[in-house]
Write a protein that binds this ligand. Structure first.
Ligand code: UDP
Length: 260
């Protein structure tokens, strides 16, 4: 890993050059940040859990025909992905009011929305990822009309799939964030799901108790952050019921998913 060329380092992941042209290695760090980097911590084991959870979800989405950048998991913290040109949008899909939507519209957290709502934010850390409309996206050509159709259709389909997946294990999918990329194949371009889907990028509440099983535990200092992520992995059957160590692991890492 350390001998590979680092191409990009983000808040929670690092991208390295992949073994073949058109591939990248996506490395999941234990770092957690919130409020535009003002809050930062290392949560031991988070990267291992997000690698596994995101792998599980990307594989499931692939099976229902959603094209993703995911190729295969390499070890405890790394996955091989297709190199894509990231579309500079964060696509947020909401089922229940929470987070920034409550602040913006004066809604009560936990209020079910009349229908699923898709929002777009312009990916720009300096501007704190502002909410934008389809007018801005078209005018500044951040995504083509065809790509917008693809993003909308794929996001709603992913919402249906994820809502069912989590509901089956007693978890309500409140909202989530997706990123998409352009995959070039000769003179063809296709829109593919990129980045990750994990408790870092979703709001997940236990259906019975309402307990938060996502990054809000970190944002709001609720404690037991990694335990909550491990609970999500355990319910999905990704890790063993009686421990935090991922089952069937082929990775060479020494991480064990324990909390800080
Ligand atoms: N989200 C994310 N990355 C971001 C912003 C939001 O993964 O940079 C996720 C967040 O975890 C939540 C959803 O997108 O599941 C909606 O987030 P919101 O707009 O409410 O922002 P927040 O309250 O997290 O600042």
């Amino acid at each position: 890993m350390s001998r590979r060329k680092k191409l990009y380092e983000g808040k929670a992941k690092i991208l390295y050059e992949g073994p073949e042209p058109g591939t990248l290695v996506q490395y999941f760090k234990d770092d957690a940040t919130a409020f535009n980097n003002q809050k930062h911590a290392t949560l031991e084991g988070k990267g291992v859990l997000n690698n596994r959870i995101s792998e599980y979800i990307m594989l499931g989405l692939g099976r229902i025909g959603i094209p993703t950048h995911f190729i295969k998991r390499l070890n405890m913290r790394e996955q091989l992905v297709r190199q894509v040109e990231i579309i500079p949008l964060e696509v947020i899909c909401r089922n229940v009011a929470a987070g920034s939507m409550c602040k913006r519209l004066g809604l009560e957290e936990g209020q079910p929305l009349p229908r699923s709502i898709v929002e777009f934010c312009y990916k720009n850390d300096d501007l704190e990822d502002p909410l934008v409309t389809e007018e801005h996206i078209a005018a500044f050509n951040w995504a083509s009309p065809q790509e917008m159709d693809d993003l909308m259709a794929m996001t709603l389909r992913i919402n249906d799939y994820l809502s069912g997946l989590f509901a089956a294990v007693g978890i309500q999918l409140i909202d989530f964030k997706l990123e998409f990329g352009r995959q070039y194949e000769g003179d063809m371009v296709r829109t593919v799901l990129a980045d990750e889907i994990s408790p870092d990028s979703c709001r997940l509440w236990d259906i019975e108790s309402g307990q938060k099983l996502d990054k809000d535990r970190f944002r709001r200092d609720l404690g037991n952050v990694t335990e909550a992520y491990a609970e999500v992995a355990r319910r999905l059957g990704i890790i063993k019921p009686n421990g935090t160590a991922p089952a069937n692991d082929t990775g060479a890492g020494t991480d064990n998913g324990e909390d800080e």
